[in-house]
Write a protein that binds this ligand. Structure first.
Ligand SMILES: Cc1cc2nc3c(=O)[nH]c(=O)nc-3n(C[C@H](O)[C@H](O)[C@H](O)COP(=O)(O)O)c2cc1C
Length: 223
């Protein structure tokens, strides 16, 4: 797992409310009053990226921030007054990410460029360690080039192979791709290639970055 870094200008926003969010892993987690809030979008066909989003949300909450998790849909928007950071956990399907991702990035590009942001791309190509370098992962590279967006953190995450959940056409297509690329081609298989410790580590590092950015913003306000 390889991660890209860059440093962003500090942004500050906090929501003065106490909530009890039901996170995606099903555990209600109390949120700290006045905790900065992060928005996590996920785009998921068979639920794997949604599961990753749940784990990322748990880690960020454990770092002391509040988190909202939302499915990335067409027309999705971000209220910049409400959030101190935003993350996107998006899977690849036949070479493409959801077009809703491009729409939301385009609509909020200036805010995203000035805010700590996390991009996690989820794909089967990334089951091969050498493809987890964002610069060598063609889908991620193309996304970043097309949007001209530089997330603070980019993580290329290996997804899951879940043949029993696919329809006949998808199963045949994925089997063919797996045969060509030397992967698991038994149509009854289910393989989770995700490095879950890596996902948690990235989430913690990202949360730290958000907290540091908030701190810089507060210092700037006080001076
Ligand atoms: C129909 C289908 C098409 C896929 N296309 C690609 C692809 O083009 N490249 C790739 O690396 N992985 C591809 N994958 C793998 C998915 O990105 C991977 O299974 C991921 O875990 C799916 O996550 P999701 O359930 O959140 O959508 C495909 C999977 C399916 C089922």
């Amino acid at each position: 797992m390889l991660i890209l870094h860059n440093t962003k200008k500090p942004m500050k926003n906090a929501t003065p409310e106490m909530t009890l969010d039901e996170n995606l892993s099903g555990n209600p987690m109390p949120e700290k009053k006045n905790a900065g809030r992060v928005l996590l979008f996920y785009s998921s066909r068979f639920g794997h990226s949604r599961k990753i989003a749940g784990v990322v949300a748990d880690e960020i909450r454990n770092s002391g921030l509040a988190v909202d998790v939302e499915e990335l849909r067409h027309g999705a928007t971000i209220d910049p007054r409400r959030y101190v950071g935003a993350g996107f956990i998006v899977s690849v399907r036949y070479g493409f990410f959801s077009s809703a991702l491009y729409e939301v990035v385009d609509a909020h590009k200036a805010w995203l460029d000035a805010t700590p942001t996390l991009l996690m791309t989820v794909s089967l190509t990334a089951r091969k360690p050498e493809k987890r370098d964002p610069a060598k992962h063609s889908y991620t590279r193309r996304l970043l080039k097309k949007t001209n967006w530089t997330p603070t953190r980019v993580d290329v995450v290996a997804g899951a192979l879940e043949y029993p959940r696919y329809g006949a056409i998808d199963r045949a297509c994925i089997q063919l791709i797996m045969l060509i690329t030397g992967g698991e081609a038994d149509g009854r298989s289910e393989v989770d290639y995700t490095d879950w410790d890596g996902v948690r580590g990235t989430a913690r590092s990202y949360a730290k970055e958000v907290i540091e950015s908030e701190g810089r913003a507060l210092t700037a306000l006080a001076s």
